[in-house]
Structures are given as structure tokens and as C-alpha cells.
Design a protein around this ligand. Structure first.
Ligand code: C5P
Length: 419
């Protein structure tokens, strides 16, 4: 996968790439290429197990720098000591990160060169896990993962799919292009999105499915692409993104923590559980307004000529959230077929939102199920047009607007306190 040059920074970012002993290490050769294509200066450190799987010479040739494998290599230490190497790095990236490496990192061990470098460096740490799906699911790995996350480590993947061992499930290393984009994007000098670096963000995306019986449900035509694009661009700019997703067939963007839900009630529970500590919530999900009053436990038979399904209102997740004292900055979406501004402004005030992004649905080539979108964004006292473009471009512009509005609000509050 090639990286669009516009998405990458110009300045040379110094990436220390640690390679663990997983079979996905063969993809790390491509990763070095992708990082260098993006302008990064790359130095490689291999664990002892990685050396059993891939060759040092490959990484030396691709990175253009000597490869380090041991703490005890006197010649290498004389050239660049390990503390110097730890200080050199702007970003630490471990790909593949094996279960064993993650356990040693979680325990704070420094029993080889790579783990020692991690402890000796202040640079952000990215892990691209790769392991058998059973090892990934094991409670020991999951506990290590939570510890690492709590320390601010960014996870890239793993992806779900076929594994080298023949299993299918979560544990595949993300593709090198996606890893490089995430790591280099986070050091991108995109001034407009710079305010997103380190910002905890909650995003919802996709439809909700409201079950009628074990085989039927009420759904809607949301593809989830707009919300996923927002999550991807925000994570690339360094935000800590949690994505609450309805049922969609999209891959989790690199660096994003994803929570899958099905119904509006599930989504509300997940949003409520995750919202604390978030600076903003962007609600791009198309939440069903109604659900069947009763869900039949068995498949409804087509005996009668007519079937009546009684529907009851779902809670309005955003409107209820906006009543909370600790509410984050709230961004809603409004899909309208007519009188867009009037309806969007009504929702802005009735749901007490900070911003609302409105799109006209039913228009050819934009909105639901489309790769492109056009939005008009409203807030109290202002609005902005985002012209028809790829959803990732639209997401970028929407996030830039949001960052500006949050900065304005914070500046205003500070002035208010001072005066
Ligand atoms: O459906 P409606 O046009 O009211 O949606 C506007 C916004 O409210 C969207 O951001 C949507 O995610 C959110 N919403 C919600 N809970 C609902 C319905 C919509 O949070 N039950």
C-alpha cells in the first residue's frame, strides 16, 4: 500500500523500530520501507527471537543504519550507546509486538536491549501486536494490554483474519502502510489538527439494529464510513480515540479502540460507560428512534395476512448526555431531506449541542452509503460549509472546525474566569 505524500510530514521523524519474534516480522521489512518513504529516519532493534525468523542484513540494508541486537555488543555501544539511542528516538514502534514482549513491557522489565530502550525513552510507544488469536484472547495478555493502555501506549491493531498458524481471528499484524500512516501522522505538522494530539475522544458510528425476533431486525442505511473516517483522521493526528460502532463491515482504523454494539440501548450503555474523561463526543451514528416493544423469543410465523409490530421510542443518547454536568463538547449529525438549516438548528438547541453537522440525504453521491459527503456545520452564532469531498477530507475539515470551536470556548471560559 503506498502512502499519499500529502498525509506525511516533511521533517525527518526518528523512529526506533523494535522487531519481536513473531512470524509477522517478515512484514516489518516492508514497514521500514513505508516509514522511510514517509520521510522517517529508521533504526532497527531486533529481539533474539526475531533473529530466528528474519535476517539482520535485510533491515540494515532497508533502514540504511546498523541494526542493534544486544545490550552487550561493545562495538555497537561504542558507536551509539543504548541510552543515546533511547534519547535519539522521536517515536518507539514495536512491530510485531508478541505476547511475550507485551508481558515483559507491562511488567517494566529490562532484560534485553529492546525492553531496556523502552524504559530509557520518553518517546511515545506504539505497539502493533501479532500473535495467535488464542494467545491474544488469553486473560494474561488482556491484563497486560490494559496495563500498557493505562500508561498511554498506543495500540495499532491487531487485525482480524487468517493467521499463519491456520487459525482465524484477531491477532494479525496490521498492514505496514497503515502502521506507518498512524505513526508518522501523529508527528505530522498539520497545524489545524495539532490540538487533537493526546485528546481523549469518543466517536459513534454506523446504524443500530433493533431486533424483532431471532432472525429479523429493523435497521437503517448508515454504512458507518463517516464516523470511521472521523475516528481514523483523529487517531492519525494523535487523538486517543474510542469508537462505539453499530454493525458495519469496516476495518477498525489503526490506533483506534473499538467497542461493538448492536441496538440503541447497547450504544447508550457503551457511550455512558466511556464518556467520562473525554474532551469531545462526536455522534455520527444513525441511532434508531424506535425499537420493537417486545422482542419475540422465537421466529415469528407468517400465519396471518398482516403483522403489527408495536414500536416504542429509544432514548436520545445525545440529548440525555447533554444534561450531564460533566458533558464533553458535543457534536451531532443531522441527516435531513429538506429545510436542512432549520431542522439542524432546532436539533442544535433542543439537544443542547455545541456543534451539529447537517447533510442533505437523498442527494446523489453524498450522505448514506456513499464514499463522499458534503456538510453544513452549525453552532451558536456561526456556520461553515464543507464542500462535497471524500469522507476522510470531510472528516479532516470537521475535526479542524471542532478543534477551533473547543479552543474558542476554552479561551472564552478562561477570559471569563480572569475577569
Ligand atoms: O435522529 P436525529 O436526527 O435526531 O439525530 C441527530 C443526532 O442525534 C445524531 O448525532 C445522532 O447520533 C443522535 N441521536 C442519538 N440518539 C437517538 C437519535 C439520534 O444520540 N436516539
Amino acid at each position: 500500500m503506498s502512502i499519499p505524500s500529502s498525509a506525511l510530514p516533511v521533517a525527518a521523524t526518528r523512529v526506533l523500530l523494535g522487531i519481536g519474534g513473531g512470524i509477522a516480522a517478515y512484514k516489518s521489512a516492508e514497514l521500514v520501507r513505508r516509514l522511510r518513504d514517509g520521510g522517517a529516519d529508521v533504526r532497527v532493534v531486533m529481539t533474539a527471537s526475531a533473529q530466528q525468523l528474519v535476517g539482520e542484513a535485510t533491515f540494515q540494508a532497508l533502514s540504511g543504519n546498523p541494526v542493534r541486537t544486544s545490550l552487550w555488543d561493545a562495538e555497537a555501544e561504542a558507536a551509539m550507546g543504548h541510552i543515546e539511542l533511547a534519547r535519539w528516538a522521536d517515536q518507539l514502534l514495536i512491530a510485531p509486538a508478541t505476547a511475550d514482549l507485551m508481558a515483559r513491557l507491562a511488567a517494566g522489565m529490562a532484560d534485553d536491549l529492546l525492553t531496556t530502550l523502552v524504559l530509557a525513552s520518553k518517546a511515545p510507544l506504539w505497539l502493533a501486536p501479532a500473535m495467535n488469536q488464542q494467545m491474544w484472547a488469553h486473560p494474561a495478555t488482556q491484563v497486560n494490554l490494559s496495563k500498557l493502555r493505562a500508561r498511554g501506549v498506543s495500540l495499532l491493531g491487531p487485525a482480524v483474519g487468517d493467521q499463519a498458524c491456520g487459525d482465524v481471528g484477531p491477532g494479525r499484524m496490521l498492514e505496514p502502510g497503515a502502521i506507518a500512516r498512524a505513526v508518522l501522522g501523529a508527528c505530522s505538522d498539520d497545524v489545524e489538527l495539532a490540538g487533537l494530539a493526546g485528546m481523549p475522544l469518543l466517536v459513534s458510528a454506523g446504524p443500530t439494529f433493533e431486533d424483532i425476533d431471532p432472525v429479523r431486525y429493523l435497521g437503517n442505511r448508515s454504512s458507518g464510513r463517516m464516523g470511521y473516517a472521523i475516528a481514523e483522521i483523529a487517531a492519525t493526528a494523535g487523538a486517543k480515540v474510542t469508537l462505539v460502532s453499530g454493525p458495519v463491515s469496516l476495518a477498525t482504523p489503526a490506533g483506534v479502540r473499538r467497542i461493538d454494539v448492536r441496538s440503541a440501548l447497547d450504544m447508550q450503555a457503551a457511550v455512558d460507560a466511556e464518556v467520562q474523561g473525554k474532551v469531545a463526543f462526536i455522534s455520527a451514528a444513525a441511532v434508531a428512534d424506535f425499537r420493537p416493544a417486545l422482542v419475540s423469543g422465537s421466529k415469528i410465523k407468517k400465519g396471518d395476512a398482516e403483522l403489527e409490530v408495536k414500536l416504542v421510542r429509544n432514548p436520545d443518547i445525545l440529548a440525555e448526555l447533554s444534561q450531564r454536568a460533566d458533558r464533553p463538547f458535543l457534536v451531532g449529525f443531522a441527516a435531513e431531506t429538506e429545510d436542512v438549516e432549520q431542522h439542524a438548528r432546532e436539533k442544535l438547541s433542543s439537544k443542547r449541542l455545541d456543534m451539529i453537522a447537517a447533510n442533505r440525504v437523498g442527494m446523489h453521491g453524498s450522505g448514506f452509503e456513499s464514499a463522499e459527503n458534503a456538510l453544513t456545520v452549525y453552532w451558536n452564532g456561526g456556520d461553515a460549509e464543507i464542500a462535497l469531498a471524500d469522507k476522510r477530507d470531510v472528516a479532516r475539515q470537521l475535526l479542524a472546525l471542532m478543534v477551533r470551536r473547543i479552543a474558542d470556548r476554552d479561551g472564552h471560559n478562561q477570559r471569563g474566569v480572569a475577569s
